[in-house]
Design a protein around this ligand. Structure first.
Ligand code: FMN
Length: 196
C-alpha cells in the first residue's frame, strides 16, 4: 500500500521560500523511496478560520477539508518561516484545529527558514514541543535555512541541500520503523478526565 508523505507549508507568502524547501524535501524522499506518494497543504492556498473551538463542520471555509487531508496522511514534512522568533501564527492556528488523533504516533521532519541565524533553535524549542504534545515521532535534527543560503526561493548552499535530502530520507525511514514498533503511552490529553 502506498503511504502518503504530506508537506505542510506554514507560510502565507506567495512564491515564498518555505514551500520551495518543503518541495525539496519531498522530492528527496520520493527519489529515495519511489513507492511513496507525496502531496502538499500550502497554507497560502487554503482558507482557514481562526480556531475558536467550535465543531470543524461549522467553519464556513476549507478548515474541515484541510484537517481531513492532514488526518489522512501517514507522515509529514512541516516547514515554517521564523516570524518574531518562532514559527508562524498561521501554522499554530492549523495545529490548534487538529484533533490529537490526527497526528498521534505519526512521523514528521521539520524545516525552518529565516532572514538571520538568530532564531536557529526556534524550530526545536517552539515547534517540536507542540508536536510532542500530539505524541508524534520527530526526526531528530531539523533543518534551519538562512536567507543567504537561498536565491529566488531556491537553495544554493550545497550543505543545506544535503541536509534537506537527509531529512527527506529520514522521515520515510523513521515512518517505516515506527510502523513496525510498539506504541508508547497515550498523549497526556487522552488521560482519563482530560480532553484534547
Ligand atoms: C512578520 C515577519 C516576521 C519575521 N521574523 C523574523 C525573525 O524573527 N527572525 C528572522 O531571522 N527572520 C524573520 N523574518 C524573515 C522570514 O523568516 C524570512 O524572510 C523567511 O524566509 C520567509 O519565508 P517565506 O518566504 O516562506 O514566507 C520575518 C518575516 C516576517 C514577514
Amino acid at each position: 500500500m502506498s503511504h502518503t508523505l504530506l508537506g505542510i507549508s506554514g507560510s502565507l507568502t506567495s512564491g515564498g521560500s518555505t514551500r520551495a524547501l518543503v518541495d525539496y524535501v519531498l522530492r528527496a524522499a520520493e527519489e529515495a523511496f519511489p513507492d511513496i506518494a507525496t502531496a502538499v497543504v500550502d497554507l497560502r492556498d487554503v482558507r482557514l478560520s481562526f480556531c475558536d473551538g467550535r465543531p470543524l463542520a461549522e467553519y464556513p471555509d476549507d478548515t474541515a477539508a484541510v484537517v481531513e487531508r492532514i488526518q489522512a496522511a501517514d507522515a509529514y514534512v512541516i516547514g515554517t518561516p521564523i516570524y518574531r522568533g518562532s514559527y508562524t501564527g498561521a501554522l499554530k492556528n492549523l495545529l490548534d484545529h487538529l484533533p490529537v488523533e490526527a497526528l498521534t504516533g505519526k512521523v514528521a521532519g521539520l524545516v525552518g527558514n529565516a532572514a538571520s541565524d538568530h532564531h536557529y533553535l526556534s524550530i526545536d524549542q517552539e515547534l517540536r514541543p507542540v508536536l510532542m504534545w500530539f505524541n508524534m515521532h520527530l526526526v531528530p535534527g531539523s533543518v534551519y535555512v538562512r536567507g543567504n543560503q537561498m536565491q529566488a526561493s531556491q537553495v544554493v548552499d550545497d550543505r543545506v541541500q544535503d541536509h534537506l535530502r537527509q531529512l527527506g530520507r529520514a522521515v520515510v525511514s523513521l515512518h517505516r520503523g515506527v510502523q513496525a514498533a510498539a506504541g508508547g503511552p497515550p498523549p497526556l490529553s487522552q488521560w482519563a478526565g482530560r480532553r484534547g
